[in-house]
Ligand binder design. Structure first.
Ligand code: FNR
Length: 364
């Protein structure tokens, strides 16, 4: 009897909530506006069910996936999130070590509290071939964007992830109420030091600009060798444009519900983006992924891999490197388990016909 026993992620989330400064908890947990998109990311997965296939002789499922600049042991990548130094003194270094040990791709944020070269060094201290991608907001000054991309390449990042869902900063009511708009003393956005226009010894502010266009993206693409993935694509026509512009992947994402609150849940936008891309480049998804069933549902609907944002922050805040390791291990083990239950041999096994809506009229 009694309520269900909470899983590893729920346990770490509770522990993180108890340990974190409530202002920082709100920053991690919150969304924009009414927080509809943030909630729907999670709820939309719960409205979907998986139809298992039986007697497939598939054997023990293999969770590895091929991604641009990375062969990963798990389809769960660490989505870029800002300010890991607020969660734990080891900050992004702890996240990087845990991701590397798990064989998971780490997308490190431009808004990290650790410089990208230190992030990659931490990852490589665990595994020489650890894959780290650098997340970038195109800056209105193209010289700044260029300097950041060069730094990421020099640090050994193997791809750039350009986030395109933020022409302006989302309206986060929790942060407004808490007056949280700047990092506390002792923390800085270390990637923003020494850039063109930065004050001596200080950091440049990260700018968001609604004037940016595909021209700015082309400039980045043509000036650098790293493959580029576009993060924050929801419209199928933007996915088509991304393919046409030589992008090497798209990430279907509503930024964890932190930008356009009216955006659909990521998993609801996925099938149409996958159709538009038609297998030409990998499609990733982030937003609301909390279980192996969520991962397999996304794979079945056309994703090659998925990202997790908040769960990594819960693990980091609760138990540092070990907590992040537990999150990634749990999601990988649960994904392997659900793949096997669904009759799939590997991450490309689940098919769209295996995803059905829950509800009284869902299964006929
Ligand atoms: C983010 N996200 C994000 N995205 C990005 O491209 N650059 C960034 O710096 C950040 N920062 C950030 C901070 C925090 C606290 C959160 C929660 C999210 C968005 C992130 O990459 C991802 O899209 C979502 O977090 C995925 O949703 P879940 O897994 O948190 O539900």
């Amino acid at each position: 009897g009694g309520p269900p026993v909470p899983g590893v992620l729920a346990e770490l989330r509770e522990k993180a909530a108890a340990r974190l400064d409530p202002v920082h908890w709100d920053f991690y947990e919150g969304g924009a506006g009414e927080e509809t998109a943030a909630a729907e990311n999670v709820l939309a997965f719960r409205r979907l069910a998986l139809l298992p296939r039986v007697l497939r002789g598939a054997g023990q499922a293999d969770t590895s996936v091929d991604l641009p600049g990375a062969r990963a042991r798990t389809p769960v990548v660490v989505a870029p999130t800002a300010f890991h130094g607020l969660a734990h003194p080891d900050g992004e270094r702890a996240t990087a070590r845990a991701a590397a040990a798990a064989g998971a791709v780490l997308i490190t944020s431009m808004a990290s509290t650790t410089a990208v070269a230190d992030v990659t060094a931490s990852a490589r201290s665990v595994r020489e071939d650890a894959a780290v991608w650098f997340q970038l907001y195109l800056q209105p000054e193209s010289g700044v964007t260029d300097a950041l991309a060069r730094r990421a390449a020099q640090a050994g990042c193997t791809a750039l992830v350009v986030t395109v869902d933020s022409p302006v900063f989302g309206r986060r009511r929790r942060d407004d109420r808490n007056g949280f708009h700047d990092l506390p003393p002792g923390h800085a956005t270390e990637n923003m030091r020494g850039l063109p226009g930065a004050p001596p010894g200080g950091t440049l502010d990260i700018a968001m600009s609604p004037a940016l266009s595909w021209d700015d993206l082309r400039r980045l693409r043509d000036g650098h060798d790293l493959p580029i993935l576009l993060k924050g694509v929801l419209h199928p026509d933007d996915a088509r444009l991304a393919v046409a512009e030589g992008m090497r992947g798209v990430i279907v994402s509503n930024h964890g519900g932190r930008q356009l609150d009216a955006a659909p849940a990521a998993v609801e936008a996925l099938p149409r983006v996958a159709d538009a891309v038609a297998g030409r480049i990998p499609v990733l998804l982030d937003g609301g992924v909390r279980t192996g069933s969520d991962v397999v549902t996304a794979l079945a609907l056309g994703a090659t891999a998925v990202g997790v944002g908040r769960p990594v922050l819960w693990g980091l805040a609760a138990e540092g490197e070990d907590g992040v390791a537990r999150v990634l291990a749990e999601l990988r083990d649960d994904t392997a388990h659900v793949l096997t239950l669904c009759g799939a041999r590997d991450c490309s096994g689940p098919t769209r016909d295996q995803v059905v809506a829950r509800g009284p009229r869902a299964v006929t």
